[in-house]
Design a protein around this ligand. Sequence first.
Ligand code: PHE
Length: 470
Amino acid sequence: MGFMHTMNNTAALQVAPASRDGFSSRFGVLAATLGSAVGLGNIWKVPYLTGANGGAGFLLIYLLATLAIGLPIMIAEITLGRRAQSNPLTAFRRVAPGSGPWWLTGLLGIAASFLIIAFYSEVGGWVFAYVLQALRGTLTSTDPAVTQAAFERLTRDPAQSLFWQWAVLLLIGAILMAGVTKGIEAVTKRLMPLLLILLIGLCAVSLTLDRAREGLHFLFAPDFHRITVGTVLVAMGLAFFKLSIGMGTMITYGSYYRADQNIPATALRVMLADLTISLLAGIAIFPAVFTFGFAPASGPSLVFITLPAVFAQIPQGQWLMSVFFILTAFAATGALLSLLEVPILTFQELLHLKRRQATLLTLMLLVLPSAGAALSLSTLSSWRVAGLNLFDLFDYVSSNILMPLGGVLLALFTGWVWGAERLGNALSNQGRLSNGGLARAISGLLKYVTPILVLAVMASGLGLLSFLGA
Ligand code: PHE
């Protein structure tokens, strides 16, 4: 490692200022990591997937997947990133030189990041467009047919879809150009607390509605009849998507972590806070949905068609709706920052680019995939693979294939190649924390349990085991 390290350090010194940009305070680390985890996933995906898969039974499986699979992978990724002090492509070679083509895991992650950004920025665009419409009062109608028409005007119009998507991408690009401390950390430190306050306010209103109990019952009383192997795969994919793992984001952010940060404690806090925000979003949404007699399983349109009609029936609904979409926009911002940071850091370090150049290159490479997602409901709606349009395809492939696969490779690498000892050393901040038992447990999980579990869920969920009758 010595030689490589010296070489890399020398190379880094030539292009970068004396020290690497990074998060400056412990709260900054927490806010940025939480900013990545909390996103459209909490507000758009968790509620609609819960609705479509039978409520609390699904949530329970998601929770199990988060604890057994998500958390160990998240801890390993952050630790790897901090130890390597590099982008996800170089990280594997840095910590275990000569160990073979593990860097391909990083490449897979970067590919996944482009697919996710493509559809995520589109939904982000809808959210920003809705903020404006909500504030102006043009969304206020109790008739879902009207709110549906409004949604379709936005999504079926190629020019509008592209406009809002790029408004968001350029905003994110501008924040990222300001740097890690002055961009990512400064923004997430302010947005995350605000988001939480706004969300708690909305929950308080929702819980006072007539049929709040039915909504809570739907969310918290499990119904296992609707659970299939496909559901389990979706719940596991959601765990990966929610924690931003299996595609290099946590390696990237880990490389900005402070040397004295307690990684397992931070990861646990992020996971718990993220879960709480998902549940709060459910508590804000479902009681209102039930009170006004809508069906909870109305798919991705729950947020964009059902909710506006629901808000329109509540006193002061226009303002509550504005608050809702503003907090959703905050959530999308933190997640997008972390998604774009993956290719940006990689280009910056690999091609020796300045941050600004790496950001512009990333945005340029996003033109085609993001247009694919933005136009999938209009111009390109006939482009389908296995019945899915490009938007749904990017979503399905990234959450249910690329991220779990990245997670398996990362687990195998950490467990078998990097090894318990080096992981333990990095995890304990070189012996300053006494968490040796935890390190051994995590490494054991990553070696044996995680890969088998994830591969089994993937194989059965994707129907690869159908010949066994599974
Ligand atoms: N965790 C984010 C969300 O739930 C999405 C995300 C995935 C962000 C992968 C970064 C990387 O919305």
